[in-house]
Design a protein around this ligand. Structure first.
Ligand code: SAH
Ligand code: SF4
Ligand code: F3S
Length: 519
């Protein structure tokens, strides 16, 4: 046991490690010739706990004076592997890098700092990161002063930190999702000490407002809440992102107003489960429906949100969304499975029947709504019959599109301990059958739009043909239009001429000016 410092050896396989320095809460080990300073490490046990402690909001974030020119003449590069939340975290880190004087680069050979902002949701997301670390080892050997960091959801996993310490000790800094605001300090520590610095908080901290953000394009993400308390049995997110914490409504509203003022055309409100927004306020009776009602009063053309959990999708929210205006007709409503039995084992807390009722209610209130979803196939014990329940539910709801996944066991989650008797080939075959059905539904949904006149936000040139612009309808359908390049960044009315499986083609009618848009 270490005296004074903290003993971190119980968390990892530290055989062969020697303690060389101890300060309060910090211990420096020498492992295979590499010095590693540990400030904090992740623990599944602590990540699972949901405490009652109150969350404070801090408004005084600032890059330390002495670090504002720290990055002058230097370059940074961040690779993002995860969801929109993860992408938005990257925007915050980019904001901090630029506030320190760093310049962004896509060329890793030019970079002085490289960060991998990782995702832990499925095994293949993790494999990509370990593969990338293998490539970066060569770069690090050629350029020893390069600072290489791993952050995001994988850093919150005990097994990942352990593996990096043992096998990828050329990494310079590991931090998690709860201490992004510590980036300037961690960078400074790693740079000056030449040690690997590990600081991953198991417990979510307070809410930090006013961090700089570097956004690009015409669509912006805005966090409305952090964390997830749902603990679906397959999912790692409640462990990597901590307990549910909502940002104060006035802070969200002020941020969206400011984005409108800057000319952003569209805002997507982010949360792992936006329907839980406000549940944690002790002094306010203000929920997601109320927030959307306030959003509809802001002078910005489009407001989206993701992701909503079916369980708390209440009538007030449906009523507010039915009001339209800048609240668009797209609802992403992950169902995961069409079998009540499987849903029970996933701990989704709704049944096939209640989901169908909800979908019908939404469609009735918002007749032109596009419904999209997430589905997992091959959950432990899923029978052919239960899988067919998923197919029939998909058909009955008539989803317009879906993200589909093969179940991937995540260490530390309850489902990882369930007996998984579905062979890999069967899972693959189910995914294919589901994808075939989704392709058919998506095509039918696109066919139904033929001849319709719809509003699109033209985002840029299409990937495959620079003479064509691509954009999105309010319902989030991808549209290709032959329109003049000057229309990029603008709204236009178009007539749908052709349906493909994953996109539609349209002819331009006229450019329009919407409130909030700079024309
Ligand atoms: N908070 C969001 C989900 C975020 S993760 C929500 O509840 O809607 C995005 C999707 O990844 C999930 O909806 C689920 O379909 C899928 N997913 C999560 N964990 C998974 C796992 N262990 N294996 C396969 N897919 C998973
Ligand atoms: Fe994961 Fe479920 Fe939370 Fe979504 S709601 S992040 S699937 S635990
Ligand atoms: Fe991945 Fe973390 Fe998002 S696990 S999906 S990056 S919340």
């Amino acid at each position: 046991m270490v005296q004074g410092g903290k003993d971190y050896s119980k968390y990892f396989d530290f055989s062969g490690a020697k303690v060389i320095k101890e300060e309060e809460g910090k211990t420096t080990y020498r492992l295979k010739g590499r010095d590693i300073t540990i400030n904090a490490v992740p623990s599944y046990k602590d990540e699972k706990r949901r405490g009652k402690e109150e969350i404070e909001v801090h408004y005084d974030f600032a890059i330390p004076e002495e670090m504002r020119t720290f990055g002058a003449g230097k370059y940074y590069s961040i690779t993002t592997y995860g969801c929109q939340m993860n992408e938005h975290d990257t925007e915050v880190m980019r904001g901090m890098f630029e506030a320190m004087g760093y310049t962004s680069t896509e060329d890793r050979r030019q970079a002085d700092v490289i960060l991998l902002n990782t995702c832990a949701i499925r095994e293949n997301a993790e494999d990509k990161v370990f593969g990338e670390l293998g490539h970066l080892k060569t770069l690090k050997t050629e350029k020893p002063e390069l600072i290489l960091g791993v952050c995001g959801c994988m850093s919150q996993e005990e097994s990942v930190v352990s593996r990096i310490l043992q096998k990828h000790s050329f990494v310079d800094v590991i931090f998690g999702t709860h201490n992004i605001h510590r980036l300037p300090h961690l960078l400074q520590n790693a740079m000056f000490s030449k040690e690997m610095v590990v600081e991953v908080w198991s417990k979510e901290g307070d809410i930090i407002e006013n961090m700089p953000k570097k956004r690009e394009g015409m669509r912006a993400w805005v966090n409305i809440m952090y964390g997830c308390d749902k603990f679906c049995t397959y999912c790692i997110v409640p462990y990597t992102r901590g307990k549910e914490r909502s940002r104060r409504p006035e802070d969200v509203i002020a941020e969206v107003r400011e984005l409108a003022r800057q000319g952003f055309r569209e805002v997507t409100l982010l949360g792992q489960n936006v329907n839980a927004y406000g549940k944690d306020f002790e002094d306010l009776d203000y929920r997601f429906g109320d927030l959307m009602a306030d959003m509809s009063k802001i002078d910005i053309p489009r407001i989206r949100f993701t992701t909503s959990h079916p369980r708390d999708f209440d009538d007030h929210l449906i009523e507010v969304l039915a009001g339209g205006g800048n609240l668009v007709e797209h609802i992403h409503l992950p169902v995961q499975s069409g079998s009540t039995e499987v849903l029970k084992r996933m701990s989704r807390k709704y049944s096939r029947e209640t989901f169908l009722e909800l979908a019908a209610k939404i469609k009735k209130a918002i007749p032109n709504a596009m419904l999209t979803t997430d589905i997992i196939v091959g959950f432990p014990g899923e029978t052919e019959e239960q899988f067919q329940d998923t197919l029939s539910l998909v058909e009955e709801v008539g989803f317009d599109s879906a993200y589909t996944f093969i179940y991937s066991p995540r260490e530390g989650t309850p489902a990882a301990g369930m007996e998984d008797n579905v062979p890999a080939e069967v899972k693959k075959e189910r995914l294919k059958r589901l994808n075939d059905l989704m392709a058919k539904l998506s095509r039918e949904s696109n066919e139904r739009m033929k001849g319709q006149i719809v509003e699109v936000l033209l985002e840029g040139e299409s990937k495959n043909n620079t003479n064509v612009l691509s954009g999105r309808t309010r319902s989030n359908k991808l549209v290709h239009v032959e329109a003049p390049k000057e229309w990029i960044g603008q709204f236009a009315m178009v007539r749908v001429t052709e349906a493909q499986t994953w996109y539609i083609k349209a002819e331009p009618l006229e450019k329009i000016s919407l409130q909030g848009a700079v024309s």
